[in-house]
Write a protein that binds this ligand. Structure first.
Ligand SMILES: C[S@@+](CC[C@H](N)C(=O)[O-])C[C@H]1O[C@@H](n2cnc3c(N)ncnc32)[C@H](O)[C@@H]1O
Length: 222
């Protein structure tokens, strides 16, 4: 859903010069996304388009989900610790609000033109990824990586916080495949694995962001 302002002539010019310069760096399926949606406006559900708007500073700050997630993280954790951001996207945006020196990005889809100023690992995160160097694992809509982040973080006694997306990545044996069921499943495995060692919380973004999906956070108790 489009939730941002109507684009001005200057906004459109900025988008055109962005696409002239960077369009070819995107994989085919994301080029199609750009073709169809980049001129429609800031959305509550399209990471590729929102990344471009944030990169060009034509986003609506009061409904910017990355900024809202940063403010959430800031009120829950000490962000001067070492952070791994999983699934940072083609243009990493969340990191722009953080101190880039203590953040590492992990995503195979990072585009070089946009990640070269940051610490990055161009790999796929899984339950066995070594996270010894980090204190906090975060993800904004990291999709397939979500369950692995929860399992790996708890196994290794690390804090984590993930803004969940509207997809469903339940194991195949689950018949009712909705995002709500997937979120319940994640909350249950987090609680089972964490036992009393963590506070597992479900939080929501402010209504004005129009995001129905929760944030799942695990904070070590000691
Ligand atoms: C919906 S996009 C979100 C991107 C970004 N966080 C944003 O909101 O702008 C999901 C991202 O997660 C990445 N991803 C999916 N599975 C992953 C994994 N196992 N390890 C690392 N990144 C992963 C994808 O490549 C993609 O860039």
């Amino acid at each position: 859903m489009i939730i941002g302002h109507k684009l001005t002539k200057e906004d459109k010019e900025k988008i055109n010069s962005f696409t002239n310069k960077y369009y070819d760096l995107y994989p085919d399926y994301l080029q199609e996304e750009i073709d169809n949606k980049v001129m429609l406006g800031f959305t509550n559900n399209n990471d590729t388009i929102n990344q471009i708007y944030c990169y060009l500073s034509i986003d609506d700050k009061d409904i910017n989900p990355y900024l809202a997630f940063y403010n959430y993280l800031r009120s829950n954790f000490d962000l001067s610790k070492n952070i791994l951001e999983v699934g940072s996207g083609t243009i990493p945006i969340l990191v722009t609000y953080l101190n880039k020196d203590n953040v590492t990005l992990m995503d195979k889809n990072l585009i070089e033109a946009f990640y070269k100023d940051y610490n990055y690992i161009k790999e796929t995160f899984n339950v066995d990824t070594n996270i010894d160097d980090y204190d906090l694992i975060i993800g904004y809509n990291p999709c397939q990586a979500t369950e692995s982040i929860i399992r790996n973080a708890i196994q290794n006694n690390k804090n984590f916080s993930i803004a969940l997306c509207g997809c469903c990545f339940l194991p195949n044996e689950y018949e009712e495949r909705t995002s709500q069921k997937w979120h319940e499943y994640l909350y249950n495995i987090a609680n089972e694995l964490a036992k009393d060692n963590y506070e597992i919380k479900i939080d929501y973004f402010d209504d004005k962001l129009n995001i129905d999906y929760p944030i799942i956070t695990g904070k070590k108790r000691w």
